[in-house]
Design a protein around this ligand. Structure first.
Ligand SMILES: *Cc1c(COP(=O)(O)O)cnc(C)c1O
Length: 446
């Protein structure tokens, strides 16, 4: 392979073992039975590449392969997201930042999640995460962390509208993905939906006519994954707040305050300032934290949710609380960085990648590539960026590599979009493409 430089043979650290010799190593005997041959080979090739670059000693190859292929404590495969889609639900939505990962390590042991070390007694659970949330959204009187956005909606519907009516616009009856629909979710709680308006237009008078003694609350749902354009009209939270009943507002995304790059995306602070009683948001979409659902709003209402027995079934564990608190306190998140990545920086990285690949006789053009926020919100908004273009045949070996790299397939091309990959990992992208090249060419670098 072209990455092997002149003089490497002189450096004992870089004496690269042969691929078939590594594959035949008796320490890999167990692995050969459990792991698919192509996955095992991909792992060996990737380890050998690291030997070639001087990053790994030749005597460590088998250990690394064992750790990465066979001895992983989880069947989850680490992936590089080269799709350009920032909040990618199939890839686990938000990648956690360093602070959140450190918080997870601490929380893995015994911790004072529900304990006061000063008195030696029980304390309120997860206080740190709630305090961090209230510090970011001072307009909220109190907050509660649930398992996900859907759980927060279910709890609000049960506690505030059980056996009663939820008034909601027909334009906001959203399917959120994988066949799950907000109206069906709400009805599963025993609350009744009172649909008002039409798909494209709903007016204040529609809500007024529907509100009565049976109304639990008016629900506002942000259509986070689609756009309706043309002859449309919806009633903003500010006006709903004047109707004399509680307003529960589901922003979906998890933006806590206005974001300059996402001008059409609602945020918790603004909707609370507009008079929403309770705002529901996701922790792992635009907030960039662990999967969870946030309920923020008037203290008395949040308290009703917290005291409801269903809250116990929907509460989060110490790991989520720890990662959420760290995410809220961090100056930035990988999600935020991917959304705001500067196009010229992405272009420069793509050019550098293309240059590195050209040196190994892999031609990869740099092309403009629009990223997306994804399942987390901002439908219709494109994020201008750059990618390197490879033949479509690269997609499968890239996905199956170690780490796997999920590129975007577009018009028969495999686009490696760098938006969601931290620049510190560009070297891994080079290695992944070179390993895939070897597989495609059927050349064995050993
Ligand atoms: C994503 C979303 C939800 C569900 O949130 P999860 O955290 O995925 O359960 C609810 N409402 C809206 C508007 C959403 O976009």
């Amino acid at each position: 392979m072209a990455v092997r430089g002149v003089g490497d043979e002189a450096d004992p650290r870089r004496r690269v073992p042969r691929t078939d010799a590594v594959l035949a190593d008796p320490r890999l005997a167990g692995l050969r039975e459990r792991v698919r041959p192509d996955a095992l080979k991909a792992s060996v090739l990737s380890a050998l590449d690291r030997v070639r670059s001087g990053e790994l000693g030749p005597d460590r190859v088998v250990d690394v392969v064992l750790r990465e292929t066979g001895e992983d404590p989880t069947s989850l495969r680490p992936l590089l997201n080269a799709t350009g889609v920032v909040v990618h639900t199939n890839l686990g939505r938000a990648p956690l930042g360093e602070d959140a990962v450190r918080a997870l390590e601490i929380a893995a042991g015994y911790v004072d999640v529900e304990y006061d070390v000063a008195t030696g007694r029980r304390a309120r659970r997860g206080r740190g995460a709630v305090d961090a949330l209230l510090a970011r959204v001072p307009a909220a009187g109190d907050a509660l962390v649930l398992n996900n956005g859907a759980a927060a909606l279910v709890l609000a519907a049960t506690a505030l509208a059980g056996g009663r009516e939820i008034v909601v616009s027909r334009g906001e009856l959203v399917e959120i993905g994988d066949g799950f629909r907000i109206p069906e979710l709400l009805e599963s709680t025993g609350a009744r939906l009172r649909e008002v308006g039409t798909t494209n237009r709903t007016h204040p008078a529609d809500y007024r006519a529907a509100i009565g003694p049976d109304t639990g609350f008016v629900l506002k749902v942000h259509p986070s994954n689609f756009l309706v354009r043309g002859f449309t009209s919806a009633v903003p939270v500010r006006e709903l707040a004047g109707l004399g009943v509680p307003v529960v507002a589901d922003i979906g995304s998890g933006l806590l305050a206005p974001h300059p790059s996402l001008p059409d995306e609602p945020d918790a602070a603004s909707w609370l300032a507009d008079g929403a009683t309770l705002v529901i948001a996701s922790g792992d979409k635009l907030l960039g934290g662990p999967q969870c659902g946030l309920a923020l709003g008037e203290s008395a209402i949040v308290q009703r949710l917290r005291r409801h027995s269903l809250a116990r079934a929907l509460r989060v564990d110490k790991l989520t609380l720890a990662a959420l608190e760290a995410t809220l306190r961090a100056r930035s998140t990988p999600t935020g960085e991917a959304i705001t990545a500067a196009p010229d920086v992405l272009r420069h990285r793509a050019e550098e990648l293309s240059r590195r690949l050209a040196a190994a006789e892999v031609s990869a053009r740099v092309v403009a590539s629009d990223g997306l926020v994804g399942g987390g919100g901002a439908p219709g908004l494109t994020l201008p960026g750059w990618a390197v273009e490879l033949p479509e045949a690269y997609a499968l070996p890239l996905r199956q590599g170690r780490p796997g790299l999920v590129a975007r397939i577009e018009q028969g091309r495999c686009l490696v979009d760098l938006r969601c990959i931290p620049s510190a990992r560009d070297e891994e992208v080079v290695r992944a493409v070179l390993a895939a090249t070897d597989l495609i060419r059927g050349t064995d670098p050993g």
